[in-house]
Design a protein around this ligand. Sequence first.
Ligand SMILES: Cc1cc2nc3c(=O)[nH]c(=O)nc-3n(C[C@H](O)[C@H](O)[C@H](O)COP(=O)(O)O)c2cc1C
Ligand code: SF4
Ligand code: SF4
Ligand code: FES
Length: 605
Amino acid sequence: MDQRAMLEPNIRTVLVCCGTGCLANGSMDVFRALQKQLETEGGEFQVRTYTKATGCNGWCEKGPLVKIVPDDITYCNVKASDVPAIVDKTLKKGEVVKKLLYRDPKTKKYFKSHREISFYTKQLKVALRNIGEIDPANIQDYIARDGYQALAKVLKSMSPEQVIDEVQRSGLRGRGGAGFPTGLKWKACASQAAEPRYVVCNGDEGDPGAFMDRSIMEGDPHSVIEGMIIGAYAVGAAAGFIYVRDEYDLAVVNLGRAIEDARRSGYLGDNILGSGFSFDIEIVRGGGAFVCGEETALLASIEGNVGEPRDKYVYPTEKGLWGQPTVINNVESWANVPVIINRGADEWARVGTATSKGTKVFSLVGKVYNTGLVEVPMGTTLREIIFDIGGGIPNGRQFKAVQTGGPSGGCIPASLIDLPVDFDSLTSVGSMMGSGGMIVMDDRTCMVEVARYYLNFLAGESCGKCVPCREGIRRMLEILTRICNAQGHPEDLEILSSLGETLQVASLCGLGKTAPNPVLSTLRYFRDEYVAHIVEKRCPAGVCRSMTEFYIDASLCTGCGLCKKNCPADAISGEIKEVHVIDQDRCIKCGECINNCKFQAVKVR
Ligand SMILES: Cc1cc2nc3c(=O)[nH]c(=O)nc-3n(C[C@H](O)[C@H](O)[C@H](O)COP(=O)(O)O)c2cc1C
Ligand code: SF4
Ligand code: SF4
Ligand code: FES
């Protein structure tokens, strides 16, 4: 569609979320049904209506989402069968279909616009600025929202040094994990004499449960591409690579199309916008291992070698791809670059804290009402993210901890709920920003089991190149497994601590160095749970089966029967309105009774 037409007041656009989450829930059926009905029903509409497939709005749990602009209506959980009501009521008569609006589970209030919903009100979208608003397959959509303006500004009016200076003044720190200052990295690369130089986008995103980089690559690929072209101009690179996690098919398709469109429009390739500067980008599919996200392993993988890290006495900015100076940045880091140039470093840096500028995208999951992608100013507190945006903990349970930073991040206890979320605060409490995973845990989570779970993942992902990581993670895992099986010894805690500290200093790459975080942080904040497992042979959360016995407290049981109804082993007896009882011989300790009882009558001993 012609972009100018889109901006006219008598045009209405129906935005159907076609990110991976909504697609999995049938949003393509909704999109097609809308297109079909709009094609066959000309004439009756007061305004011309278009339908667009967009990227992820971050609220996948309520998807498929359909937004109607400029009316500012958001419909949730839309099915193809809802399309006639949307067309007849909303698109023809301007009325709202109430049953498709979001209804707050606590206040029972309906919301017409997603902008009024607590999930969105505290968010500030910078990296995600266009996602959910544009069709990622349409370069004109991106251009209509200031796309490629930053590139034009850079090529027409800024020297490479000025670009680096602007990025440095913004205070942008890498969003992929370590939070290294992006401007410094670019400066280090630009100062090298060797040529050619390269820029790389790290889109490996190996953290289980995290999908912020995928969402940007799928929903707004041009923002990454524009950031990379600006970076390439700044450091004098002639070629760039986007390394995309192998499972991310839609990201590969959307990026591929965006690269072709950018080339056709003169933003990529030879003599970009007539400036004399030439640069092009290639997509490389990931090697399918968590460690391939580590930058030196990633570069080895692009070269066609095994994705194993190497020591960093020499940084990639000096000797990276094929031994040449290389800048590697995360997807979200690149997506911020055009905004820094367009708004200016000072304006961009107005958001955030003294040492962590700008916003950060988090993937908020776990025991929280509203799960999804959230982008907030650095320094927003955990409380605001978990309770205001996430809506708090479901089923009347207690907030216990939040795990940040991906599999090798740490667990932060409920007592630190007012911690501002930024690079340095997270590190100071034994966790880390990582790429932005945030997993909320309630009182039904066993912290020893959590540590065991992450170590189990990391043991499988260690590349095995260095001994501390290869052997150390395994030994720590063995100890944790024993503790969870009621076979722990008092001296285990000391051994876990000293092994963890050894890994932190002796491992070759970030995987081994950070792998002890889940163990050390839970030992620091939840030591009593380790002691209960080892000394009392008891799992306080009722998760480790060999140590758990569920019983029903007669004084709290209302005889509602919910536990009995949900017990898969037929282990609960009792009539309605009478006290229920668990038969210990039949119980398989699945925990469904405690999860379902609304009166907290099921207890653990
Ligand atoms: C085991 C491991 C996995 C990593 N995975 C990723 C990843 O998936 N994506 C990413 O951007 N950075 C990842 N990193 C961090 C990268 O090594 C590197 O710091 C980052 O890509 C640099 O970009 P930035 O400065 O923009 O953050 C990982 C690091 C380690 C140690
Ligand atoms: S720390 Fe682990 S993942 Fe990293 S190089 Fe050593 S063995 Fe491989
Ligand atoms: S733990 Fe599972 S099997 Fe045991 S009583 Fe409860 S619901 Fe039934
Ligand atoms: S895919 Fe639609 S909200 Fe995420």
